[in-house]
Design a protein around this ligand. Sequence first.
Ligand SMILES: Nc1nc2c(ncn2[C@@H]2O[C@H](COP(=O)(O)OP(=O)(O)OP(=O)(O)O)[C@@H](O)[C@H]2O)c(=O)[nH]1
Ligand SMILES: [K+]
Ligand SMILES: [Mg+2]
Length: 449
Amino acid sequence: MADTIFALSSGAVPSGVAVIRVSGPRTREIVECLAGRLPDPRKAMLARLVHPQTGEVLDEAVVLYFEGPASFTGEDVAEFQCHGGRAVVSGLLAVLGGFEDCRPAEAGEFTRRAFDRGRMDLTEVEGLADLIAAETESQRRQALRQMGGALGALYEDWRKRLIHMRAMIEADFDFADEEDIPGSVADEVWGEASELHDEIEDHLVRSKSGERLRSGLQVVLMGAPNAGKSSLLNAIAGRDVAIVTEEAGTTRDVIEVHLDLGGYPVTLVDTAGLRQTEGVVEKEGIRRAEEKGRAADLILWAVEPCGVAQDDPSAGLPEDMRANVPVWTVRTKSDLETLPKQDSSGTIVEIACSSKSAEGMTLLFNRLTRFAEETISLGEAPLATRERHRHYLKECLSGLRTAVDSHHLPTELRAEDLRRAADALGRITGRIDVEDLLDVIFRDFCIGK
Ligand SMILES: Nc1nc2c(ncn2[C@@H]2O[C@H](COP(=O)(O)OP(=O)(O)OP(=O)(O)O)[C@@H](O)[C@H]2O)c(=O)[nH]1
Ligand SMILES: [K+]
Ligand SMILES: [Mg+2]
């Protein structure tokens, strides 16, 4: 018999209400023992929870019972909505641990059971994890859609199409000796395979948006020491996150702030000012700054009024970043009189702003919001959201491509490539052996989920 597991599924105590969840074969017995009777499934029942040995009243709680398989895990599940005091919760958890074959749940174990019993596929599990982690409106929408099965359904549909193609080819193959049929079924199938290939390729291209939305856009503040980067970060974040002093080389560590720009997640990153230095700590800070810059979706290149050569505001920014990452020049400290609004080369300074007077800050904010919107706009179709998805989509494409292109090979071999393509999709949803992956995926969950 499987263990019956339990955990505090709501947030940290003390809280108004705490939800303790129980799942497994002993659930029914536990509810009857603590609450005196079993509520009707899915109907709330107010009950005094009584200690099974001493008869002492533990709490007055709302009890819910979900009979398996129509429950989150697919097993019998109960929820005790008790008062969220520390002693109430720890007392109840201790009593639950006293039942035979009953133990505290591990992180993600409720969801793992739901997956094992076929209540959710892997993309839905990931969607649930993303929903719990979602910080902005657009992340919530994407996660909810994925948890609802939209992405899994898309992959399952593609997989079925591949399986169907294979069946058609094999049928065709079986009848091959009954005289040559002109324009055989196989020819049609290769056409379909080629179409599916393009569909998946298109999905893969757009998947970058999904991943960015899930993890947030990385906007990295870079520039010479004292350019005003940390002040800008503080002004945008609306609080004193980073240390600001007039000393050049103040910031060494990478400092990140999570922003919600019009519902889009943006991580704004402050970094050490770039310069030649012998300081060990500062050197390391600069190395980290450049590492962040290379991985950025956007670099805000901060330039103070009299800071650098005026004819090339982005002098000092490493060449590879200039070439590969979008860069906006931000002219800082615009409250200082000396500010040239336009540099001598005639290049319009992208944005001029001041952390002191707040001049230009709204413009910067709006531009960033628009950038986020354009980079990660969420269309109607579900998007791949993880590196894991991308990996198997590529594998699927490679199988499809080989199958379509290998005109010279025997049909059996080409059919085998179609199987490889279908299996790759099955690994995304977890319908095909992914045992080694499961621990990684479920580890990300909190206890009680
Ligand atoms: N007048 C004025 N001074 C500013 C403004 N922003 C920053 N400063 C000043 O410029 C100096 C450097 O600011 P920081 O924000 O520490 O600059 P930084 O680029 O983070 O510097 P490092 O971390 O050392 O690379 C401080 O003395 C700030 O008070 C501004 O908008 N106007
Ligand atoms: K500074
Ligand atoms: Mg700084």
